[in-house]
Design a protein. Structure first.
Lengths: 433, 433
């Protein structure tokens, strides 16, 4: 993409409304603009990153056998009246009255709607196990929206719901999602600690939050520091049961559930830290199937309430979480998997015909090799171009000016390490293509 | 995808609530389920088709130089108060009050929001022309939602907005979109007639609706029947100015704008027909930039209100429109470009080991060749499988039973023509791979 024909409205100064680095950098690098409190417009590069994250989430859901559907954003209140959550949900629910005076709401989550869908479409245990997911906008009317898209009001979430005949089946569905989540965060290059979110009750130990350690996090967790030796960000291959068992043997608990007196971890090994919640998996049994009448016929011919679990990943929030984990003083440092473009070309001398021709030519060649390129062909100074490219944070930069061209050399900069090396066009195409 | 592990809840009987064929077939083939009046859940195959349509729309927008962003669904009322449309829009606007008593709304369209975004990010004519689009859910609180997703309340729309320095530029942007729309509908295999939607006023002739002829259409148009000789569905290649000029020389006018006394078409050549509106392009000049203060600095250093146009395609509605144009008495007949899967395998004898092994093997081979396959491996009778596969409407069916296998023959059925031919595995892979 040629920057002169694109739309990346960068900002030089730190905006005063931003209090955490991801919010600052998303505004400055032109990824988002606020529309109203906690509600954002996603600009081109922000949207590309969010879509890439969504696709990784999608691939891992599909791999685990979950099936994609799409539920609407607007729900009828009656579903929530049936489940008993309509009044309980409180002011975070955006309540709406339509022109016919029907009570509606903007979905903050979809347990009720999916249970209703299941009830109307599935009748027999033979159609199970079933795990349906969607990636859809949600709305929670936060009293204090903050941290940009990290705690916005309108946000994109992947949520899915498993349906099983019995507890054993539900547990298996839960464990599949546990592994899918480990893989998803590993593919994003994130160290997300699975934290016990429920000390007992219905699900036993079947409730985990996935937390990224960050000082700006809003959750507090206690965990065995040995878990830090476990290479979570490397769990991209098949994950066997032994690995899962080992991981789950580490203590990691939400502050609300942590019981200092009965904690098995030696005090010197127990760490307390702030985390950003990016995922939550949760077994809840018959809570909704019972109240909403979602029954299936079992092998014995008798009807039973279906066993359910729900599983969420904050897709838009992950954009911010990734920046919290990948930045330096000059801007964002995108991992290749989710970078808006893999490489940026900086034309140092827009008005020099030879220089522009060399840039144009390399740009075309990279496109022909299927490389995602952002080409800064603007009529602007080198300082602005360097600063913007670092801010935007593409993994690679190719810096082209008359001096290098005289030697036939193209400077390649690694955004993360800052290392600069000189190459021929052929070498660059081999390295990046 | 194996049907035994998938989610396509087909229905045998015509649902009583459906009054047009696309609505009937979408419900029966398990593409959608109604959640509440005019609001639908998109089931797996429905979602795939909608995404494929969205991608064709996206590719043609990108090719025309438009840039994708994503605006939120919830908008602040104040934007609409500035433009003067807040009261004018009436009851079709879903109005919302948030917990802080701020007036909000679920966007029925995005002129106000994009004008506000433009105002806050673009200052100079040097950044023009600019054309921004998004594909996002909209809500219009129809008094009588009907025809399934054809006139729903929550619907998916591609809308974009062009920004230019002057009328000449705006006209060029308009013409680019006119061509992009012709290409988009041609790629979908649809004959969409560009109908003049405005007889004069601001834009001169710069307002067209794209209408698919259908008896169930809600629009009425008058047109020169010679336009039917113009092969609209073949406009996939580059479209030159002469072609555009020729197409635009045909008379085609909305009923509201049609003036029988002053119509240049000979009465015997004038046709009146019903149409389904699937797109609308519209130049509106400074209507929003003036009221909302979106100014740019021109080459002479003076500030001017930016020239704008807007362009919409009903993405979810197109799913229905495509079915209206592609079906027979047994179900849907998908064009390959948007079919949920290219081919379906019907295993006639699930309990016959050889037959199932042959089906499994062919299924794997097709997947290895990158073919999108739906494999009916259910424990069900041949009659059910034939009926469901015809209903779902994939372009090709491979029917495998013990009789054919004895001869080493696989029966290939063309869903559109009904033609059945026998082939070896190798031939099938060559034909479909």
């Amino acid at each position: 993409m040629r920057l002169s024909k694109y739309f990346i409205p960068t900002i030089k100064e730190n905006p005063s409304e931003a209090h955490i680095i991801s919010h600052t950098l998303m505004l400055r690098s032109g990824m988002i603009r606020q529309s109203s409190a906690g509600i954002y417009v996603w600009l081109p590069t922000g949207l590309i990153v969010m879509n890439k994250i969504a696709n990784i989430v999608r691939e891992e859901q599909n791999r685990a056998g979950a099936i994609e559907i799409l539920m609407p954003t607007i729900q009828p209140a009656e579903l929530w009246q049936k489940s008993g959550r309509y009044d309980a949900y409180g002011k975070e629910m955006l309540r709406i009255t339509d022109r016919s005076n029907r009570e509606m709401l903007y979905g903050p989550t979809n347990e009720e709607m999916i249970t209703d869908l299941f009830k109307n479409t599935v009748k027999s245990y033979k159609q199970l196990p079933l795990n349906l997911y969607h990636i859809q906008w949600k709305f929670r009317d936060e009293v204090r929206p903050r941290f940009g898209i990290m705690r916005g009001r309108e946000f994109l979430m992947k949520d899915n719901y498993s349906f099983d005949l019995d507890f054993e089946g539900a547990k298996e569905s839960y464990n599949k999602m546990y592994v899918a989540y480990l893989r998803t965060f590993a593919r994003l290059g994130l160290t997300a600690i699975p934290v016990r979110a429920d000390a007992g009750a219905i699900g036993g130990d079947l409730s985990h939050e996935f937390q990224i350690l960050a000082e700006t996090g809003e959750s507090t967790l206690y965990y065995d520091k040995d878990i830090e030796n476990f290479d979570l960000a490397d769990l991209k291959a098949d994950i066997d049961d032994a690995t899962v068992a080992k991981l789950r043997s580490y203590y990691a608990m939400e502050e609300e559930k942590h019981d200092a007196d009965n904690c098995s971890v030696a005090p010197e090994n127990l760490k307390r830290a702030k985390g950003i919640e990016v995922g939550h998996i949760f077994y809840f049994g018959k809570k909704y199937s019972e109240s909403m009448g979602a029954k299936i016929t079992g092998p014995d011919g008798n009807e039973v309430d279906v066993e359910m679990g729900s599983y969420g990943i904050g897709v838009s929030r992950l954009v911010g979480a990734l920046i919290e984990a990948n930045h330096d003083e000059n801007g964002i440092v995108w991992p290749e998997e989710v970078a808006p473009y893999k490489v940026g070309i900086i034309n140092l001398r827009f008005k020099d015909e030879n220089c522009s021709a060399a840039c144009d030519s390399l740009y075309s060649k990279l496109l022909d090799h299927g490389v995602e390129v952002l080409y800064d062909d603007r009529d602007a100074g080198a300082g602005t171009k360097f600063a913007d490219m670092d801010l935007i944070g593409l993994p690679w930069q190719i810096i082209i000016g008359p001096k290098g061209l005289d030697k036939g050399a193209y400077e390649l900069k690694n955004r993360r390490t800052g290392e600069r090396t000189e190459h021929s066009v052929k070498e660059i195409l081999e390295k990046l293509g």
